[in-house]
Every structure is written in C-alpha cells, then in structure tokens.
Design a protein around this ligand. Structure first.
Ligand code: GAR
Length: 276
C-alpha cells in the first residue's frame, strides 16, 4: 500500500546502549522499514547509542541534562522561562521537591535543557519522535511543542506489559514479581509516566530457573520487532487514536494482518525459549 509515499522521518532519543536505535537503523538500511532516522539525541555524553548513530551517518547530539540541572547553564535563564515554570508547576510530575522555590528553580533548568533538546530534534524536521531507552520523563511544555501542529507524535517503548510496572525498571520489576509472562509495550507519550495510549504489546514466557538477563534478552528481541511494526503502521496510516466517553484515549490498528502479526510474535517468543 502507498509504496510511493515518502519515508517517515524519525528523531530518536536515547540514554544508553541504543540497541533499539540500532534495530531501527538496521531495518531502515535493509529496506525493511519505510523510515529514515534523521537525528539522534542523548541526554548524557556517554550514551553508546551516539556511536551507533555516528557509524550510521546520522547526525547525533548530546544535551547534557545533568549540566543544566546542576546549574552550570543558569546564565541562560530568562524571565519568560520563570513564568513558564510557574504555570507548569501544578501539571509536571517529574520534580518532587516539597520546597516550592527550590522546585521552581529546578524546573526552570529542566525547561532550559528541554528547549535545547527541542532545537536539536527540530533540526531534523521529524514526523515522529521515538523515545528508545530515553530514561527521562518529559514536561507538558516539551509535549505541547510536538503536539502543537498534530497530536500524538511522540512514541515510547517500555519493557513491561503496561499498565503493570511503569518506570525505569520494567524487566527487573517483572522478574522480581515472579511473573510467568513478560511483555513489552509501544505507546504514545502523554503527560503521565508511561500512561499514554497503547499502540501495541507483545508477550513472552518466563520459564522456571531463568535469570533476569535471559528475560531481558528475550524481551529486547521483541522490542525490536514491536517498535518497527508500530512505525510501519504509522507510515501506513493504520493507527487511529480515539477518545472514549470517559475521556481516556486509546488506539485502534486498522490492519487485517494484525492477528497474524501478534501470533508471529508469540510463536517467536515461545520458540526462542527452551521451556525445559
Ligand atoms: C529498553 O529495554 C527500553 O525498553 C527501556 O530501556 C532499554 C533501552 O535499551 N526503556 C525504559 O525502561 C523506559 N522507561 P537500548 O538502549 O539498548 O535500546
């Protein structure tokens, strides 16, 4: 369908190793994904994914959040930013300091970091922004920027079957709880922590005597498949975001192959595990 349509332009945000980034780059290079990674950015200079981006010839940038948050960039604070921080304070869920002036100072710094990140991302003029192991929540200011012209442009991959185990430790929490099935989720990003409308999920079995690393590696293989498939559905314009009467947003995938694709994921996850 629509084979003459342009590739989707993707900006990818990372914080670490970037194997999800690599999987997307590889599928694009092999012609398996109608997408082009136009910019990669990390919130820390030691993210190995930056090297992956450079190797693939993709512009890569560091926006060092810890320098902003420590106050090293305070000279760039403007009165407008302070007003913005005041107006966002009741909606943001990232900073929890009880001391309000202290919290506002930190929020201003976070907004400075986000403004630089926004500039970097926009340099690639992406259609979608994909968080791929980006270990930070974003503020309503950041989201409003990307949702201004067209909503639901920011995606995230999460290593658990949401709404179970949100946060930074999806595999650890799944494993520690003693789950018999693990899962991975791609969702649109909203103002909450891993609460946005789910695009797709895949599950995998966790066999007795398996350790956390076995679980993580099985989950990651599924992450690579799931993220690429979601990007393909977006390119194909098969993703509809609807609002229920109670106000909650959810998605519908209009693809007759949907049950077959789900079955393939489950079959693959089952066969990659011995179960004995
Ligand atoms: C992935 O498992 C991803 O789902 C997870 O971080 C890992 C990044 O791996 N993301 C989160 O936990 C977000 N809360 P990668 O850098 O090798 O792609």
């Amino acid at each position: 369908m629509a084979s003459n349509r342009k590739n989707l332009r993707l900006a990818i945000l990372i914080s670490g190793g970037g194997t999800n980034l690599q999987a997307i780059l590889d599928r694009c290079a092999a012609g398996l994904l109608p997408a082009k990674v136009v910019v990669v950015a990390a919130d820390r200079p030691d993210a190995y994914g930056l090297t992956r981006a450079r190797r693939a010839g993709v512009p890569s940038h560091v926006v060092d959040y810890s320098r902003y948050l420590s106050g090293a960039m305070d000279s760039r604070i403007s009165p407008e930013l302070e007003v913005l921080a005041e107006s966002l304070d009741s909606r943001q869920r990232i900073l929890r300091e009880s001391d309000r002036p202290k919290r506002l100072r930190r929020l201003v710094r976070l907004l400075l970091a986000e403004n630089e990140m926004i500039r970097v991302i926009e340099s690639g003029q992406p259609d979608y922004l994909c968080l791929a192991g980006f270990m930070r929540l974003v503020t309503p200011h950041f989201l409003a920027h990307f949702h201004g012209a067209r909503p639901w442009r920011v995606l995230n991959i999460h290593p658990a079957l949401l709404p179970a185990f949100p946060g930074r430790r999806g595999y650890e929490d799944t494993f520690d709880y003693g789950c018999k099935w693990g899962g991975v989720t791609v969702h649109f990003v909203d103002e909450g922590e891993d609460t946005g409308p789910i695009l797709a999920q895949a599950v995998y079995p966790i066999w007795p005597d398996e350790d956390l690393e076995a679980v993580r590696s099985r989950g990651l293989e599924l992450e690579y498949e799931l993220y690429s498939q979601c990007i393909r559905w977006l390119w194909d314009e098969r993703v509809e975001v609807r609002r229920r009467e109670d106000g909650r947003w959810f998605t519908v995938i209009h693809d007759p192959s949907y049950p077959r694709i789900l079955k393939e994921w489950v079959d693959r996850a089952m066969s990659s595990a011995s179960g004995s």
